[in-house]
Design a protein around this ligand. Structure first.
Ligand code: URA
Length: 225
């Protein structure tokens, strides 16, 4: 079957935008980075994850979520029958803040156009915001993640209506077992939300996995507890 020209064009435009962003000098973080961490995954994904900022490993390798938090994200995805190839993963900030400090408001302001352009091009139906920074930026509201996690909300981004689904950040959940359980519970609702957005039944999206009856938590499977 011939490739859909719209899909080919989306991929080409996103790739060109990544190339352009690789030389970004919009804020002070450009001087300390190894490279810009643009994003990774399927440009046609219905589901976009948005984290905070690259850490040490992401800065070294050029991909988001490749450290311990990324391993947890992979496990959580696996638990709902998805892989990185099914989704797109990006961050609010594309360059590593020194010492992994919090992004500063002016850095977010300088960088946000990159994320908004990604959203415009990928056209996800569901955006899972990981942690406070992504949730506050994309919801446009000051409410913290403790209050809003697991509660989907409708918003308009890139001129399109989209569902935001705030989740705890995997890095925070790594060291707080109660938060991890909550993140796992919230994650389990993703297939149902995706089904609502795409019209594809949840059982088609949620492939059976080899998770045993009483599964170890994702962090336990990683040997973190
Ligand atoms: N944490 C994030 O928010 N993003 C990454 O890419 C890695 C860790």
């Amino acid at each position: 079957m011939a490739a859909d020209p719209e899909v080919l064009n989306r991929r080409a435009v996103l790739a060109a935008y990544a190339t352009e962003t690789a030389a970004c000098l919009r804020c002070r973080l450009a001087s300390g980075r190894t490279q810009v961490v643009f994003g990774v995954g399927n440009p046609d994904a219905d589901l976009l994850f948005v984290g905070e900022a690259p850490g040490f490993h992401e800065d070294q390798q050029g991909y988001p979520f490749v450290g311990q938090a990324g391993k947890l994200l992979d496990k959580l995805l696996e638990g709902i029958g998805l892989t990185r190839e099914d989704v797109y993963i990006a961050n609010v900030i594309k360059c590593r803040p020194p010492g992994n400090r919090d992004p500063q408001p002016d850095e977010i302001e300088a960088c946000e156009a990159h994320l908004f352009r990604q959203i415009e091009l990928i056209e996800p139906k569901l955006i899972a915001t990981l942690g406070n920074f992504a949730t506050k930026l994309l919801s446009g509201k000051p409410h913290g993640i403790t209050r809003v996690h697991g509660r989907q909300q409708e918003t308009t981004l890139g001129g399109r209506s989209v569902t935001l689904y705030p989740l705890y950040h995997p890095a925070a959940a790594l060291y707080t077992p109660a938060m991890l359980r909550t993140l796992e519970d919230d994650f389990r609702r993703i297939p149902e939300l995706l089904a609502e957005e795409t019209g594809v039944p949840a059982q088609v999206i949620q492939f059976p996995t080899a998770v045993p009856q009483a599964p170890l938590s994702a962090a336990e499977q990683l040997g973190l507890f």
